[in-house]
Design a protein around this ligand. Structure first.
Ligand SMILES: NC(=O)c1ccc[n+]([C@@H]2O[C@H](COP(=O)([O-])OP(=O)(O)OC[C@H]3O[C@@H](n4cnc5c(N)ncnc54)[C@H](O)[C@@H]3O)[C@@H](O)[C@H]2O)c1
Length: 372
């Protein structure tokens, strides 16, 4: 490679500062050359804090820069599609926070655009890149689990149990009499993705339900309490196409710590339980059992699953993202076909979310794939 990959970061908010920018800066093969936020003062502040040479409040000037190779989209969800699409059209590889789009068909279109242009894409599926989840996947690939029977996935914590904790309004124009998808999308995406990846198949059909437990909340933009009819807890089950069964539960009003992922896979020869829940300074544990040793025992995660300098007591926010970004840089620099956790995987996940929403609204099982 002639020079380091040049990265432009769109969005200078909390997640860019705690996960994305530190991840890029940890990899010597790339350099963040510009940070952008529509609120220019935030871009300037991140540029100062992280020693980024340039900042701007105009995202279109970043996606059209000839010297930028990769665009990182860390803005609010409703803006992802427009920015990611423009970046792909500008010939850039794209890392985008989930979801790329609310309708899986739009995400598929973006995946197809990337493919046509020979560009790599990656979703912010943070937990796929945790050392424990990656170690589990390597055990599954080695045959530890055998034939997968049942996957149980959770993403849950109590981030918004207290209604005074400000939450971004999902859609200011939403009809308050209709329950709006929220946790299923924000919290469901990463665990649905891990299920697909571990089980090795997508869903053939799903049935699910959602609930609004906390009726009024403080809206981030105004600081006032208002009715927010959003799903803050949901559960669905489904049949995977390879015959395995799955159940997924997500909520941000269920008591427990961050990040709150638990993935369990039970198969014909082994079972794996991986918990990404920060408890007493450690954010992940992996336990396994076999037919002749049914008491689950903890496994130490081998060092090769950690990013350089990473360790079990590092903050999960920077640790997991360092792995994600290292993997994306590997994929871009190596130039081969490998591109995991890409927009196509994102579209498959979003299709499940769209199907579970429809199942809830129509109170019935929904078959996949949905009509294109
Ligand atoms: N994968 C994960 O585990 C994880 C965790 C936290 C957040 N996120 C996601 O990351 C994204 C950002 O979250 P956050 O908590 O940092 O939000 P935030 O509100 O703190 O930051 C977003 C920033 O984007 C800016 N912005 C809006 N439109 C823009 C545009 N067109 N161009 C440039 N900047 C623009 C806003 O002014 C804001 O400063 C969201 O999609 C969120 O869901 C993912």
């Amino acid at each position: 490679m002639a020079r380091a990959l040049h990265v432009g970061v769109l969005g200078a908010g909390a997640w860019a500062g705690s996960a994305h920018i530190p991840g890029w800066q940890r990899d010597p093969r790339c350099r963040v050359v510009v940070v952008c936020d529509v609120k220019g003062e935030l871009a300037r502040e991140h540029a100062r804090r992280f020693g980024i040479p340039e900042w701007t409040d105009d995202w279109s000037s970043v996606v059209s820069r000839a010297d930028v190779d990769v665009i990182d989209v860390v803005t609010p969800s409703r803006t992802h599609f427009e920015l990611a699409w423009a970046a792909l059209e500008g010939g850039k590889h794209v890392l985008c926070e989930k979801p790329v789009a609310f309708d899986f068909r739009d995400t598929l279109r973006a995946a197809e655009l990337a493919k046509r242009k020979g560009l790599k894409t990656k979703l912010g599926f943070t937990f796929r890149y945790s050392p424990g989840v990656r170690y589990a996947k390597s055990l599954i690939d080695e045959g530890f689990v055998g034939q997968p029977f049942i996957f149980n996935g959770y993403e849950q914590n109590s981030q918004w149990l207290d209604p005074r904790t400000p939450l971004r309004q999902v859609d200011p124009d939403a009809d308050p009499s209709v329950l709006h998808v929220s946790s299923l999308e924000g919290y469901g995406a990463p665990i649905i993705d891990i299920g697909h990846w571990w089980v090795g198949a997508g869903f053939a059909r799903v049935v699910g339900t959602m609930r609004n437990f906390i009726p009024e909340r403080v809206v981030r933009a105004t600081g006032r309490m208002m009715r927010m009819n959003i799903d803050d807890g949901d559960v669905f089950i489904g049949d995977y196409t390879n015959g395995a069964l799955g159940s997924i539960q997500t909520s941000y009003v269920t008591i427990g710590n961050y990040p709150g992922i638990e993935a369990r896979l039970f198969g014909s020869t082994g079972a794996i339980v991986c918990r990404l829940v920060e408890e007493f300074g450690v954010a992940e544990t992996i336990k396994v059992a076999t037919p002749d040793r049914v008491e689950f025992t903890e496994r130490e995660i081998p060092p090769r699953f950690y990013p350089p300098g990473g360790h079990p007591r590092e903050s999960w926010r920077s640790l997991f993202y360092a792995n994600l970004i290292r993997d994306f840089v590997d994929e871009i620099v190596d130039g081969g076909a490998r591109n995991e956790g890409n927009f196509e995987d994102g579209a498959r996940v979003q299709e499940v979310i769209n199907a579970v929403e429809r199942s809830f609204r129509e109170r019935r099982w929904i078959a996949l794939p949905l009509e294109r």
